[in-house]
Design a protein around this ligand. Structure first.
Ligand code: FAD
Ligand code: DLZ
Ligand code: SF4
Length: 507
């Protein structure tokens, strides 16, 4: 007999390791372990979601006829690591070896590669593109543009295709998307689930053992099994999808979810299959229940961006997380852990992250990410923060988004220019600035929005690197046209502001 490892983000019945083994002879190993729960200080809701979904999936496997050796957190023999549990179970069951599906983090791939028992790794084929397909696409290209990769994925899946042409004649309908924040949101938000006995037991455990982590388990409402996740998806397709595209980039003080799907955590953990999700979304378009701009925009996020960032993570290798192309070294400011700040956009984005283990894309990219980049924060610390605080965060998807897209620390593999903006962008896309102590229209002076000051500080200190970037020429021309005294004033005020930030003063 062999052991079959199922990790906390591999909760799919069609997992390659489960397909390629035999429920009559082999034993599934699942384990709640210290090493996985503490390699970054995960948000308690992420830990609770993982443990609850693992426990329910183990039950489902048993119902399907599998033998499951499941280690709960508190078991006295718990060795504290995945490899430790495999070694222990191998000797207990006199197993000939272990079969597992490739994990989503190099850290664990390397640990499993060093096991002292015979081990066989299978590809994780819950994705549209295999590593070989991505590498073949990337090979020889000067720039790895997501848009071209995405078109190949459309052709491969047949999603929104009219023969060999894109549905409606265009590949991308972003032109119709990304409207500023609406006055009213006519969607009630994600479906929320009352904790059942299994979830309740896990919530008590996590509340007790992870009390010092950022966030808590209060008001836990995530789906924790496939049936619930599917209900959640259907609910969102009906209520959220039709306006998903329109308000994809909008941010509101009093609405944390807008029209977003809140399904990253379910797909990444294996409760929902990405292709099935896209097919259901496509069906809503075919049935006339959602417009093409919303449906195309959503499908692009899944078969485009999600697949593309995974391709980059595995192609770039284990050192990707430690890249720091811009030599940024500032420590992550306390505001990321809930420290006091007058910046309303940061306070709101961090507070909702603390409460929900969730923020949507533009909050991650253009508020917390933008701020860290402008302030020159060490990208490793930024990466570890994102990996810890979001319920959907695993390194294969988080690191390319943070190191690459958000912090430009990979030197421009993912982003052709840094995602930076002054306060103006946040003002346009949200209602944050109206209730902020800073004034978004002030470029200098005591009330000047820090994004305005830091934006020029960033461009000035990285002039050598970016002055030749054709997409940034305009920014430098505006800066250079400013009179010198004004430029000096901006830079001095930006530096003073950063000094206060470093000193721990509430800014
Ligand atoms: P929606 O806005 O409703 O989008 C639908 C789905 O599209 C998402 O669930 C996700 O599966 C996919 N998607 C959209 N954009 C991306 C993207 N850039 N990369 C990969 N998938 C994408 N996503 C994660 O799944 N885990 C992370 O740890 C993560 N970290 C991020 C860090 C930063 C700095 C940034 C800028 C983005 C990050 N993303 C991450 C991508 C994106 O922000 C989240 O997938 C999204 O906010 C999840 O919320 P949602 O399910 O409501 O997504
Ligand atoms: C995120 C997470 C946590 C908090 N705990 C566990 C765990 O105890 N056991 C487990 O198998 N998986 C856990 N996970 C998910 C893993 O960290 C994830 O499988 C790897 O990081 C690879 O993506
Ligand atoms: Fe954020 Fe500046 Fe707007 Fe305040 S004024 S909410 S700091 S962008």
């Amino acid at each position: 007999m062999r052991l079959v490892l199922v990790l906390g983000d591999q909760l799919s019945s069609n997992l390659s390791a489960l397909r390629k083994t035999d429920k009559a002879n082999d034993v599934v190993v699942m384990a709640e372990v210290m090493e996985e729960a503490t390699y970054v200080p995960h948000h308690p809701k992420k830990i609770a979601f993982t443990f609850a979904a693992m426990r329910k999936f183990a039950r489902k496997l048993r119902d399907d006829g599998w033998k499951v050796a499941y280690t709960k957190w508190d078991e006295p023999d718990n060795s504290g690591s995945i490899t430790g549990e495999l070694i222990r179970r191998a000797s207990e069951h006199e197993a000939a070896g272990v079969v597992y599906t490739e994990p989503g983090e190099w850290r664990l791939i390397e640990a499993l590669g060093d096991l002292p028992i015979k081990a066989h790794q299978l590809p994780d084929d819950r994705f549209i593109a295999s590593h070989d397909e991505f590498d073949a696409w990337a090979e020889g290209r000067k720039q790895l543009r997501m848009e071209y990769f995405y078109r190949d994925m459309r052709r491969k899946t047949g999603l929104l295709m009219d023969g060999d042409q894109p549905e409606g004649g265009k590949w991308n309908y972003d032109h119709d998307n990304r409207k500023p924040a609406p006055d009213q949101v006519d969607y009630s938000g994600p479906m929320q689930f009352t904790p059942d006995d299994t979830v309740q037991e896990v919530l008590e455990l996590v509340a007790d053992r992870f009390a010092d982590n950022f966030g808590n388990v209060e008001n836990f409402w995530f789906a924790t099994d496939q049936t619930q996740a599917r209900r959640h998806l259907t609910h969102w397709i009906k209520g959220g999808l039709p306006k998903f595209g329109d308000f994809q980039d909008a941010m509101l003080n009093d609405n944390r979810f807008l029209y977003h799907a809140i399904i990253g955590l379910y797909i990444n953990a294996g409760l929902l299959d990405p292709l099935e999700v896209c097919q259901q979304v496509e069906q809503a378009y075919l049935d006339g229940d959602a417009p093409l701009n919303a449906v195309e925009g959503f499908i692009r996020q899944i078969i485009g961006w999600r697949e593309y960032v995974r391709g980059i993570y595995f192609r770039e290798g284990p050192d990707y997380n430690s890249r720091n192309a811009l030599d940024h070294t500032r420590n992550l400011p306390a505001v990321y852990w809930g420290g006091e700040t007058k910046m309303n956009c940061m306070a709101k984005s961090v507070a909702q992250t603390r409460d929900e283990a969730y923020a949507h894309h533009i909050q991650r990219l253009m508020v917390t990410g933008n701020f860290a980049l402008l302030a020159g924060v060490d990208p490793v610390q930024v990466h570890e923060w994102y990996l810890a605080v979001y319920a959907d965060a695993y390194e294969w998807v988080e690191a390319p988004n943070v190191i690459g897209m958000s912090q430009f620390a990979d030197g421009g593999i993912i982003a052709s220019k840094p995602y930076i903006s002054s306060g103006n962008y946040i003002h346009k896309m949200s209602d944050y600035c109206g209730s902020c102590a800073y004034k978004v229209k002030d470029k200098t002076g005591p009330d000047a929005c820090p994004f305005n000051l830091l934006y020029w500080h960033f461009l000035d200190r990285h002039r050598e690197r970016f002055k030749g970037n054709p997409r940034m020429g305009n920014m430098y021309r505006v800066w250079d046209r400013m009179d010198e005294k004004r430029r000096d004033k901006v830079l001095k005020e930006a530096q003073d502001w950063l000094d206060r930030l470093d000193a721990g003063t509430a800014v």
